[in-house]
Design a protein around this ligand. Structure first.
Ligand code: HPA
Length: 245
């Protein structure tokens, strides 16, 4: 079953015919929202709103462990994460990017299921943080549906909730980061620890701080506008991805 974690601008999935919802309890506490089960393009799917259905949970307070554990426990076999990002080298507002790499700048978050104690120490391989086969399915779905997707990007996961300074964005760029967002980690690593295939679809909603039309400041009205159209395209894309999972 395909799982979709929706971020800002995607707290509901209009394409998901919801059959039922379930509040899941986990050993790690409560997930961000109830799980919504239904079908997308005739395939079973489960949806979780990363920031809660009312968008009240900031990125650093998301219970990533509970979210991933709940999805795995209820039968998810692949996770597609939808996230809005700022573009550093990617300039087109509304562009959809399927990143291939990430750099983690977050801190003070619960980053692992392997906390030691009675458990063996485990170090998962994370060379390729996004599952190549799942990325390929997204890209193929985009091509078949005529939805323009950028193949590859380096996602820089920052702590937030504030946006970056221009100098921080310069540093990210020197590190090779092309997209900046606040929720990509530890989500991707936790999926790997649970052996869940994971890929991200990023919607570029603004130029990163100090760049392009964000040279003076980042416009929240601008973000809201781009988010709407971008997520419309994501919904369309999901209709074409679901049958490939
Ligand atoms: N920075 C960090 N996270 C974001 C941004 C940004 O510019 N835009 C959307 N999420």
């Amino acid at each position: 079953m395909l799982a979709i974690i929706g971020g800002s601008g995607l707290t509901k999935l209009s394409t998901l015919a919801v059959a039922h919802r379930e509040v899941v309890r986990t050993p790690y506490g409560e997930p961000s929202s109830a799980l919504l089960y239904g079908q997308i393009a005739g395939r079973d799917a489960v949806f979780l709103a990363r920031h809660g259905h009312g968008h009240t949970i900031p990125p650093h307070r998301v219970n990533y462990r509970a979210n991933l554990w709940a999805l795995k426990n209820r039968g998810a076999t692949a996770v597609l994460a939808v996230a809005s990002v700022g573009g550093i080298r990617t300039t087109g507002a509304g562009e959809l990017v399927v990143p291939h790499q990430l750099v983690d700048y977050t801190h003070s978050r619960e980053t692992t299921f392997f906390e030691g104690g009675d458990q063996q120490v485990v170090h998962v391989d994370f060379t390729h943080p996004y599952t190549p086969e799942l990325r390929a399915k997204c890209l193929a779905a985009g091509a078949a549906a005529g939805i323009l997707l950028t193949d590859g990007g380096v996602y820089g996961a920052v702590q937030g909730p504030r946006l970056e300074t221009a100098a921080e964005v310069d540093r990210l760029e020197r590190d090779g980061v092309t997209l900046v967002g606040m929720t990509g980690m530890p989500e991707a690593a936790l999926a790997r620890e649970l052996d869940l295939p994971y890929a991200a679809i990023c919607v570029v909603v603004n130029h990163a701080a100090g760049r392009g039309d964000s040279a003076a400041a980042i416009s929240m009205e601008g973000i809201a506008r781009v988010l709407q159209t971008g997520m419309g395209n994501v919904r369309r894309l999901l209709d074409h991805v679901a049958p490939r999972i």
